[in-house]
Design a protein around this ligand. Structure first.
Ligand code: HEC
Length: 158
Protein backbone atom coordinates (compact mmCIF):
# COMPACT_ATOMS: atom_id res chain seq x y z
CA UNK A 1 0.00 0.00 0.00
CA UNK A 2 2.70 2.48 1.06
CA UNK A 3 4.97 1.37 -1.78
CA UNK A 4 2.23 1.61 -4.37
CA UNK A 5 1.24 5.08 -3.32
CA UNK A 6 4.85 6.27 -3.31
CA UNK A 7 5.32 4.84 -6.80
CA UNK A 8 2.07 6.43 -7.96
CA UNK A 9 3.16 9.72 -6.46
CA UNK A 10 6.53 9.61 -8.18
CA UNK A 11 4.83 9.03 -11.50
CA UNK A 12 2.35 11.82 -10.83
CA UNK A 13 4.95 14.28 -9.66
CA UNK A 14 7.19 13.52 -12.63
CA UNK A 15 4.27 13.89 -14.98
CA UNK A 16 3.19 17.18 -13.52
CA UNK A 17 6.67 18.60 -13.41
CA UNK A 18 6.99 17.81 -17.09
CA UNK A 19 3.50 19.15 -17.78
CA UNK A 20 4.30 22.23 -15.74
CA UNK A 21 7.60 22.86 -17.56
CA UNK A 22 5.95 22.24 -20.90
CA UNK A 23 3.18 24.72 -20.38
CA UNK A 24 5.28 27.39 -18.69
CA UNK A 25 5.77 29.43 -21.85
CA UNK A 26 2.05 30.07 -22.14
CA UNK A 27 1.72 30.55 -18.38
CA UNK A 28 4.52 33.13 -18.30
CA UNK A 29 3.14 36.50 -17.44
CA UNK A 30 4.94 39.72 -16.66
CA UNK A 31 5.67 39.82 -12.94
CA UNK A 32 4.73 43.47 -12.68
CA UNK A 33 1.31 44.96 -13.26
CA UNK A 34 2.13 45.23 -16.97
CA UNK A 35 -1.12 45.75 -18.82
CA UNK A 36 0.27 43.95 -21.86
CA UNK A 37 -1.28 40.84 -20.35
CA UNK A 38 -4.80 41.97 -21.08
CA UNK A 39 -7.61 39.91 -22.47
CA UNK A 40 -7.80 38.12 -19.14
CA UNK A 41 -10.96 38.43 -17.11
CA UNK A 42 -10.80 40.62 -14.02
CA UNK A 43 -9.63 38.79 -10.94
CA UNK A 44 -12.16 37.85 -8.36
CA UNK A 45 -11.34 37.82 -4.68
CA UNK A 46 -14.79 36.92 -3.53
CA UNK A 47 -14.52 34.73 -0.43
CA UNK A 48 -16.84 32.21 -2.07
CA UNK A 49 -14.55 31.84 -5.07
CA UNK A 50 -15.83 31.35 -8.59
CA UNK A 51 -18.41 28.68 -9.32
CA UNK A 52 -21.91 27.52 -8.61
CA UNK A 53 -21.61 27.16 -4.83
CA UNK A 54 -22.87 30.44 -3.37
CA UNK A 55 -24.41 29.54 -0.08
CA UNK A 56 -23.66 26.21 1.56
CA UNK A 57 -25.31 25.21 4.80
CA UNK A 58 -22.98 23.56 7.26
CA UNK A 59 -24.29 21.87 10.39
CA UNK A 60 -22.33 22.11 13.65
CA UNK A 61 -22.19 18.34 13.89
CA UNK A 62 -19.83 16.44 11.62
CA UNK A 63 -21.78 14.08 9.32
CA UNK A 64 -19.92 10.77 9.46
CA UNK A 65 -21.63 9.47 6.32
CA UNK A 66 -20.27 12.36 4.31
CA UNK A 67 -16.87 11.93 5.95
CA UNK A 68 -16.79 8.32 4.75
CA UNK A 69 -17.54 9.44 1.19
CA UNK A 70 -14.87 12.11 1.47
CA UNK A 71 -12.28 9.72 2.85
CA UNK A 72 -12.74 7.43 -0.17
CA UNK A 73 -12.36 10.32 -2.58
CA UNK A 74 -9.30 11.57 -0.70
CA UNK A 75 -7.59 8.16 -0.80
CA UNK A 76 -8.08 7.80 -4.54
CA UNK A 77 -7.95 11.33 -5.93
CA UNK A 78 -6.30 13.73 -3.52
CA UNK A 79 -3.78 11.93 -1.32
CA UNK A 80 -1.11 11.86 -4.03
CA UNK A 81 -0.79 15.65 -3.75
CA UNK A 82 -2.24 16.66 -0.37
CA UNK A 83 -1.25 15.74 3.17
CA UNK A 84 -3.60 16.06 6.13
CA UNK A 85 -0.96 17.97 8.08
CA UNK A 86 0.13 21.54 7.30
CA UNK A 87 3.00 20.23 5.20
CA UNK A 88 3.03 20.94 1.47
CA UNK A 89 3.32 17.99 -0.90
CA UNK A 90 2.46 18.97 -4.48
CA UNK A 91 -0.37 21.11 -3.12
CA UNK A 92 -0.86 22.68 0.32
CA UNK A 93 -1.44 20.46 3.36
CA UNK A 94 -5.08 20.41 4.38
CA UNK A 95 -4.65 21.12 8.09
CA UNK A 96 -6.52 24.34 8.80
CA UNK A 97 -7.97 24.64 5.30
CA UNK A 98 -11.53 24.91 6.67
CA UNK A 99 -10.53 28.00 8.64
CA UNK A 100 -8.44 29.53 5.81
CA UNK A 101 -11.26 29.17 3.27
CA UNK A 102 -15.04 29.29 3.24
CA UNK A 103 -17.02 26.09 2.51
CA UNK A 104 -18.17 27.66 -0.77
CA UNK A 105 -14.58 28.40 -1.82
CA UNK A 106 -13.48 24.82 -1.10
CA UNK A 107 -16.40 23.35 -3.05
CA UNK A 108 -15.88 25.70 -5.97
CA UNK A 109 -12.16 24.98 -6.04
CA UNK A 110 -12.73 21.22 -5.90
CA UNK A 111 -15.30 21.20 -8.71
CA UNK A 112 -14.38 24.23 -10.84
CA UNK A 113 -10.61 24.07 -10.55
CA UNK A 114 -9.54 25.56 -13.89
CA UNK A 115 -11.74 28.62 -13.63
CA UNK A 116 -10.72 29.19 -10.02
CA UNK A 117 -7.05 29.02 -10.99
CA UNK A 118 -7.68 31.57 -13.75
CA UNK A 119 -9.93 34.01 -11.92
CA UNK A 120 -9.80 33.68 -8.16
CA UNK A 121 -7.09 35.79 -6.52
CA UNK A 122 -6.52 33.34 -3.65
CA UNK A 123 -6.29 30.32 -5.94
CA UNK A 124 -3.91 32.23 -8.22
CA UNK A 125 -1.64 33.07 -5.32
CA UNK A 126 -1.51 29.38 -4.33
CA UNK A 127 -0.53 28.52 -7.87
CA UNK A 128 2.35 30.99 -7.62
CA UNK A 129 3.63 29.11 -4.59
CA UNK A 130 2.99 25.57 -5.80
CA UNK A 131 3.84 26.14 -9.49
CA UNK A 132 1.69 23.17 -10.50
CA UNK A 133 -1.89 23.55 -11.66
CA UNK A 134 -4.14 21.22 -9.77
CA UNK A 135 -5.96 19.16 -12.41
CA UNK A 136 -9.74 19.09 -12.16
CA UNK A 137 -10.62 15.87 -10.36
CA UNK A 138 -14.10 15.59 -11.90
CA UNK A 139 -15.89 15.26 -8.60
CA UNK A 140 -19.65 14.92 -8.35
CA UNK A 141 -21.12 17.55 -6.02
CA UNK A 142 -21.73 15.03 -3.27
CA UNK A 143 -18.17 13.75 -3.52
CA UNK A 144 -16.89 17.30 -3.14
CA UNK A 145 -19.23 17.84 -0.19
CA UNK A 146 -17.90 14.63 1.35
CA UNK A 147 -14.33 15.85 1.00
CA UNK A 148 -15.29 19.12 2.69
CA UNK A 149 -16.75 17.16 5.60
CA UNK A 150 -13.61 15.01 5.72
CA UNK A 151 -11.53 18.21 5.90
CA UNK A 152 -13.74 19.56 8.69
CA UNK A 153 -13.21 16.36 10.64
CA UNK A 154 -9.46 16.56 10.04
CA UNK A 155 -9.50 20.11 11.40
CA UNK A 156 -11.38 19.32 14.59
CA UNK A 157 -9.40 16.13 15.29
CA UNK A 158 -6.72 16.71 17.89
C1 HEC B 1 -1.72 16.50 -9.04
C2 HEC B 1 -1.78 17.08 -7.74
C3 HEC B 1 -3.09 17.38 -7.08
C4 HEC B 1 -4.16 16.53 -6.88
C5 HEC B 1 -4.32 15.09 -7.34
C6 HEC B 1 -5.11 17.27 -6.08
N1 HEC B 1 -4.65 18.52 -5.83
FE1 HEC B 1 -5.59 20.00 -4.78
N2 HEC B 1 -4.05 21.24 -5.12
C7 HEC B 1 -2.94 20.96 -5.87
C8 HEC B 1 -2.12 22.16 -6.01
C9 HEC B 1 -0.81 22.25 -6.74
C10 HEC B 1 -2.81 23.17 -5.29
C11 HEC B 1 -2.44 24.66 -5.16
C12 HEC B 1 -3.08 25.45 -6.29
C13 HEC B 1 -2.41 25.16 -7.62
O1 HEC B 1 -1.20 25.39 -7.74
O2 HEC B 1 -3.10 24.64 -8.53
C14 HEC B 1 -4.00 22.56 -4.74
C15 HEC B 1 -4.90 23.23 -3.91
C16 HEC B 1 -6.04 22.67 -3.37
C17 HEC B 1 -6.92 23.33 -2.45
C18 HEC B 1 -6.70 24.69 -1.80
C19 HEC B 1 -5.88 24.48 -0.53
C20 HEC B 1 -5.68 25.70 0.30
O3 HEC B 1 -4.80 25.69 1.15
O4 HEC B 1 -6.39 26.68 0.09
C21 HEC B 1 -7.97 22.48 -2.22
C22 HEC B 1 -9.16 22.73 -1.33
C23 HEC B 1 -7.71 21.29 -2.99
N3 HEC B 1 -6.52 21.42 -3.67
C24 HEC B 1 -8.55 20.20 -3.03
C25 HEC B 1 -8.25 19.02 -3.69
C26 HEC B 1 -9.15 17.88 -3.70
C27 HEC B 1 -10.50 17.84 -3.03
C28 HEC B 1 -8.50 16.90 -4.42
C29 HEC B 1 -8.99 15.49 -4.69
C30 HEC B 1 -10.33 15.34 -5.17
C31 HEC B 1 -7.24 17.44 -4.87
N4 HEC B 1 -7.12 18.72 -4.40
C32 HEC B 1 -6.32 16.75 -5.65
C33 HEC B 1 -2.61 19.75 -6.41
C34 HEC B 1 -3.42 18.64 -6.43
Amino acid sequence: MKKTSIAALTVLVTFFFIACGGSSSTADKPATGDTAATGTAPKSDDKAGVGKFKNVEIADQIDEGMVATGQKVFDVKCMACHKLTDEKLVGPGWKGVTSRRTPEWILNFATNTEEMLNKDATAMSLLEICLVKMPNQNLADEEARGVLEFMRKNDVAK
